[in-house]
Design a protein around this ligand. Structure first.
Ligand SMILES: Cc1ncc(C[n+]2csc(CCOP(=O)(O)OP(=O)(O)O)c2C)c(N)n1
Ligand SMILES: [Mg+2]
Length: 283
């Protein structure tokens, strides 16, 4: 989680100094969602299909910090040769797509293919609350449930789509949308990595054994702007959520508060080395 946090902060710095190609959407504040879900997967066979805010999902899946930074810098050592950028990252069974909701029907097909091949794989699609405005998501939920597809709808409810609060976009209860299609739903605190890991491990096991889709609905918050500077949220609201910082929460739970600084320093050294090498070696 600290690696993801520090990587995202570094990407924002690199963006400000004009060293990134394209855009970035950071997941600062949402690290527990990415790490908790990845901890429940069998990374040799399960599939992850991420969205525009996918750096944390990718690092939790691969720990490929260098491949991601290089990719976002447009460097040929990037995981996709520096031509995909932040929103088009692919490695082994990890994919991203920046079009909201596009991953959902694709994952239905991927997970169905795995079911037909008998591999026992489960596929996860990462979604934001704003993406509940996309019709393709409901078509995906319908077929996933109707055809018993072993997949997880992983929802990070950070309360906003860009700067629009969810209450101004959606009528009714977002967390119950999957249940309308008969999809078992797990609601939890997305700031608590243990809660996410526990719910995800149960949901993944159920999807694998019963072939029934599952929905994990995580209440979370993003501390940084949607992308770089576009933020109209109330400062006091951001401050309130910062009190529930998932890294501090985990450090407290684990009694590791004294070690956080040390881990941050190690991560910083790793990032410094990578950025230095990529900057020197720029083609
Ligand atoms: C189909 C489509 N429409 C609009 C956009 C532009 N866009 C990118 S992210 C975003 C908001 C997404 O909100 P949410 O699903 O809540 O995810 P979050 O950014 O909060 O993680 C929008 C409108 C897009 N990428 N795809
Ligand atoms: Mg959102």
């Amino acid at each position: 989680m600290i690696t993801i946090r520090k990587l995202e902060e570094r990407l924002l710095e690199l963006f400000s100094s004009g060293r990134l190609a394209g855009t970035v959407h950071t997941c600062i504040g949402q690290e527990a969602c990415a790490v908790g879900i990845a901890s429940a997967l069998d990374l040799d066979r399960d599939i992850v299909f991420s969205n525009h805010r996918g750096h944390g999902h990718y690092i939790a899946y691969s720990d490929d910090v260098e491949g991601l930074i290089a990719e976002v810098m447009g460097h040929p050592d990037g995981v996709c040769g520096g031509i995909g950028g932040s929103q088009h990252v692919q490695l082994r069974n990890f994919y991203t797509n920046g079009i909201q909701g596009a991953g959902a029907p694709i994952v239905v097909g991927m997970a169905l293919a795995e079911k037909l091949k008998g591999t026992g794989s489960v596929a996860v699609v990462n979604l934001g609350d704003g993406t509940f405005g996309e019709g393709a998501l409901y078509e995906a939920m319908n077929i996933a449930s109707l055809w018993d597809v072993p997949m997880i709808f992983s929802v990070e409810h950070n309360r906003y789509a860009q700067t629009t609060p969810f209450e101004l976009q959606h009528a009714g209860d977002l967390s119950g949308r999957g249940e309308a299609f008969g999809i078992e739903t797990h609601r939890l605190d997305g700031m608590d990595v243990h809660a996410v890991a526990e719910a995800a491990s149960g949901a993944v096991a159920r999807a694998r054994s019963s072939m029934r889709p599952q929905l994990i609905f995580m209440e979370t918050y993003r501390f940084a702007p949607h992308s770089k500077g576009d933020d109209f949220r109330d400062r006091s609201e951001i401050e309130r959520y910062r009190q529930r910082d998932p890294i501090n929460l985990l450090a407290r739970q684990a009694g590791l508060e004294a070690q956080v600084g040390e881990i941050e320093a190690e991560v910083k050294e790793r990032l410094d080395g990578i950025v230095h090498r990529l900057s020197e070696d720029r083609p």
